[in-house]
Design a protein around this ligand. Structure first.
Ligand code: ADP
Ligand code: PHD
Length: 549
């Protein structure tokens, strides 16, 4: 019955089994191997898996299990989730240590860690860039923001007990280059802000290694995140998914070192230059990696207890929302809830990977889980979102009723000018719509661009431009729109607020109301109080609705 087999030229004997498949753990004479075997005398019996190790020719049997059991154990070694920590979560050495402890407190998780720049660093880098344009090469080292950034990162390195070599020296050189050129192009802006994420990830990976937890730092632009060349607002390209998967899984299979990846950054496919994914883009990096690797879960760790019923900066009584669908979260993010990047839900939805929004300052809070679907039977309103400083256009056709092609002409004007429209309401001869100035190409050009839009549209219509408006988006179960509108309008009437436009999008999760900027915060508070506080939160408010409808 006894048979023998050869592993890498090392003869092993005494294993009464027939080798079916061998997987090697490392190279050379010293190796470990998984041997999947079947007993040749009892071929119908379960495949067995043996973990063997060989040192200097001596093979030792470590484990022998049914291959199913073994698979379970082996899967522990697979990357399981993405953990993304935003700037507020890695704001200091103390915070980085807490984040490291938090990661280590989930021994069953093998995460890919995605980090943003340390809090406020991105804004300070941009400010330093703006100052460099004006201050002259010799004065670059007097830029206050440069000193603050350097001081923060050097102090953090000292407090973490890691070397300061990870602090990018190139930053000062770059600022001198900007000072010399006297201009800050979008491409240079992206390169400039990339220093933030490059430094935070190097510090954190060095700290994990220092405390004995093997980690490996990755710059997203060297790791396969491939984007369009739209600097400051680049879009992820499909080629990213196989590239990221190949790189991360390939490295992981060689060495189980926690990948620590820069959020927010990519590499333009034509320019090969560093690009950024728009402010808050690290969320999108996290969901992209989650989809690329087909992971079980994507966690985004913030400084709030999940997605809240409204912006806590507007109203401190905002409460966490336990469950959202990808559609609700996408709509919420698109219409201005700063908590998630507007495009971050797309990869998660495509890969059907749950996203969990958690609080790194309060890890035991349940947070918000975002999935493809949820029980909507009791849901009414989920969250109220405010987007300020939007521009509204009332466009009335100069032609008579029954003319076709009016809408097409209006929208082709926006297409031609490359301006995106947010909310639309139409009648046969008029259109009201909103434009988001933050999406215009430059703040200085906003008025110029708006004048140009009006000029173009006036060729076919009478145009009324209304600025300083806000969009209040009511995110929730639009199947109950009559109830939401009835209750919402009652609140607004009581508060003397006039709604200037209303739109219920095809998404079925959003009703948008346009009001004046100076009334908007008050509206949000009043609506929040009516929907989430009088009687109960949204879910239980539906009990009242069901009973009263
Ligand atoms: N509906 C909302 N729910 C939760 N947070 C919100 C909401 N609207 C705005 N915020 C703001 O978003 C912040 C979290 O987003 P962000 O600053 O991007 O986090 P991080 O930098 O940690 O990724 C919160 O501190 C909060 O002030
Ligand atoms: N640091 C970038 C990217 C980012 O995602 O940051 P945060 O996760 O802190 O929002 C920014 O400030 O936009």
């Amino acid at each position: 019955m006894a048979t023998s087999m050869h592993l890498c030229g090392v003869r092993t004997s005494g294993l009464a089994l027939n080798s079916k498949r061998i997987e090697f753990g490392s190279k050379g004479l010293n190796f470990s191997a998984l041997v999947f075997t079947r007993n040749i005398n009892h071929p119908r019996r379960n495949t067995r898996a043996l973990r063997v190790t060989c040192e200097a020719g001596r093979v030792e049997l470590l484990e022998r299990k049914d291959s199913e059991t073994f698979k379970l154990n082996r899967s522990e070694k697979k990357l399981t989730c993405v953990m993304k920590f935003g700037g507020s979560s890695v704001a200091s050495a103390e915070r980085m240590k807490q984040v490291a402890n938090l990661i280590l407190s989930f021994p069953d998780e093998k995460p890919v860690v995605v980090l943003s720049a340390m809090a406020k660093t991105t804004n300070k880098l941009l400010m330093a860039g703006e100052k460099a344009v004006r201050c002259g090469v010799t004065n670059v080292d007097t830029i206050e923001e440069l000193s603050i950034i350097k001081e923060l990162h050097i102090r953090t390195a000292h407090e973490l007990g890691v070397g300061t070599a990870v602090i990018a020296e190139g930053l000062e050189q770059l600022l001198k280059g900007i000072a010399m050129m006297k201009e800050l192009t979008l491409r240079t802006r992206d390169y400039l802000v990339s220093f933030g994420e490059c430094m935070s990830t190097r510090l954190f990976a060095a700290y994990l290694n220092k405390i004995g937890h093997k980690a490996r730092q990755y710059d997203a632009f060297e790791m396969g995140i491939i984007t369009t060349d739209d600097f400051t607002n680049a879009d992820i390209l499909e080629a990213t998914y196989p590239a990221v998967s190949k790189r991360l899984l390939g490295d992981w299979s060689k060495e189980n070192a926690v990948p620590v990846v820069t959020g927010f950054l990519g590499k333009g496919w034509r320019s090969c230059a560093v690009t950024t994914l728009g402010r808050g883009g690290s969320d999108l990096t996290a969901t992209t990696i989650g989809k690329a690797l087909g992971l079980r879960e994507i966690q985004v760790w913030k400084d709030v207890d999940g997605v809240l019923t409204c912006d806590p900066n507007i109203y401190c009584g905002a409460q966490p929302v336990p469950h959202l669908t990808f559609d609700e979260a996408a709509e919420l993010a698109y219409f201005g809830a700063q908590v998630l990047h507007p495009l971050s839900m797309r990869p998660a939805r495509e890969g059907n990977i749950p996203v969990r929004v958690k609080n790194s300052y309060n890890p035991t809070a349940p947070g918000t889980v975002i999935t493809r679907s949820r029980d909507m039977s009791k849901a009414v309103l989920t969250s109220i979102v405010l987007k300020r400083n939007v521009t509204m256009l009332d466009i009335t056709s100069t032609r008579m009723l029954g003319q076709y092609g009016f809408l097409a002409k209006v929208f082709s004007t926006f297409e031609k000018l490359g301006i995106s429209v947010d909310v639309v309401a139409t009648s046969e001869v008029s259109i009201s719509l909103t434009l988001d100035p933050s999406k215009f190409c430059s703040k200085e050009l906003i008025q110029q661009e708006l004048d140009h839009v009006v000029e173009e549209l006036e060729k076919i219509a009478i145009v009324n431009l209304l600025q300083q408006r806000s969009i209040i988006s009511l995110i929730g179960n639009v199947q109950r729109s009559s109830f939401i509108l009835e209750k919402g309008f009652r609140v607004l009437r009581t508060n003397g607020i006039n709604v200037q436009m209303i739109s219920q999008g095809a998404s079925k999760v959003n009703i948008s109301l346009i009001v004046n900027d100076d009334e908007a915060e008050h509206c949000v508070k009043a609506l929040h109080s009516a929907f989430f506080e009088t009687g109960a939160a949204s879910e239980s408010a539906s009990t009242y609705i069901v009973a009263s409808s």
